[in-house]
Each structure stands twice: as C-alpha cells, then as structure tokens.
Design a protein around this ligand. Structure first.
Ligand code: 5GP
Ligand code: MG
Length: 180
C-alpha cells in the first residue's frame, strides 16, 4: 500500500505487466504502419513514461512530438477555449499516432482528435495505454488499447493524484481514504 496526499492506493499492475502491455501495443502499431514513418504525438503530462517506453521499443524510423491540451478563457468570460500547445512538427499528410495515458469519459481524447484533425494529417490513430469501458461514452474509435480497466482511480507510471505518484514504476488503484 502507498499513501498520496489523503488517499491510500493498493498495487494493481506490476511493471512487468506494463512492459508486456507496451510491447504488445508496439507490435500491433508496427505491423499496421509498415513502410510508413509515423509521427507519435504524446499527450503531456500523463503519457511521458508510456511514450518513452513505447518509443524505446519501436523498431522502425519514427518521429515524436509532445503536446499539451490547454484551456484558456475565450472572449466571453465563461467560454473556455481548448488549444493544443507544443506542436513543433508539421502533421500535413503524415500518419499520426496519438499516445495517451488513459481514456476515461473520452472528453479529452475527442478534443485532441478534433484539434489534430485541423492539422492536415493523412491518418490519425489513437493509442491509449488504459481504457475504462464502463465510462467511455464517445463514438471515436480507440485504435489501440493497452489494457481495459474497471472504473477506479489509478496512479503511477506517469499518472498522478494531484501531481503525486507519477514517478512510480507500477500502477496502483484507489483503495481508501485516510481518516484525516
Ligand atoms: P477523460 O477526458 O477521458 O474523462 O479523462 C482523461 C483524463 O483524465 C486523462 O488524460 C487523465 O489525465 C485523467 N484521468 C482519467 N482517469 C484517471 C485515473 O484513473 N487516474 C488518473 N491519475 N487520471 C485519470
Ligand atoms: Mg492525460
């Protein structure tokens, strides 16, 4: 068990299982994209560890770019406008594979896919390490899923609880609240 802030988490997925999961995803993507030089787009912050391990295993030529989804106030004070920041490569006519840590309701990945669609890519595929099928409510296809997991909050391997836990090499699941 580990404690982060006011919550206790229990071990859920070992680093060995994560390694195997990432290897399987790499194999699938490699097979589908044979003969192409894809641009991987990793979504910060959560996917930094997944993206790093994925890239180390990727056996062919590829590029990577890191993106962050930021929201800022629009002209109307209540309107939040979402924007992708950090894209430093042209995606025009490229095959793009988004590397995301986790898809929950799908709100985030749908926003990202919509914003990327305006960059002129030839093809956009989505790869998510974790996926919560009980909560996902969108039509967008998640092309590559590492692991489907129950609707419980997880941390580790890049994923945080209020910024703590990203450094853990394995994944933990919410267990209980502390008495504090
Ligand atoms: P969605 O927009 O699909 O509901 O949520 C996606 C985002 O919410 C993820 O990129 C991640 O930042 C956060 N998120 C969703 N589920 C979890 C979870 O179980 N653990 C952590 N640490 N973050 C989560
Ligand atoms: Mg994320």
């Amino acid at each position: 068990m580990i404690q982060l802030h006011d919550k206790i988490f229990k071990p859920f997925i070992s680093s060995g299982e994560l390694d195997e999961t990432v290897s399987n995803m790499v194999q699938e993507v490699t097979k589908d994209l044979a003969g192409e030089i894809p641009v991987f787009v990793a979504i910060l912050n959560g996917s930094f560890m997944f993206a790093s391990d994925f890239l180390k295993k990727y056996p062919s030529n590829c590029e990577i770019s890191f993106l962050k989804l930021a929201s800022y106030e629009g002209t109307s004070s209540t309107l939040k406008v979402k924007q992708l920041v950090g894209l430093n490569t042209s995606l025009k006519n490229r095959t793009v594979v988004v590397l995301e840590d986790i898809v929950d309701t799908g709100n985030t990945i749908v926003e990202i896919a919509d914003l990327l669609a305006n960059e002129g890519a030839k093809d956009i595929k989505i790869a998510s390490l974790f996926y919560k099928p009980e909560v996902y409510s969108k039509d967008l296809t998640i092309d590559y899923i590492g692991m489907s997991i129950p609707n419980k909050f997880i941390v580790g391997y890049g994923l945080d609880y209020d910024e703590l836990g990203r450094n853990l090499p394995e994944v933990y699941q919410f267990y209980k609240q502390t008495d504090k």
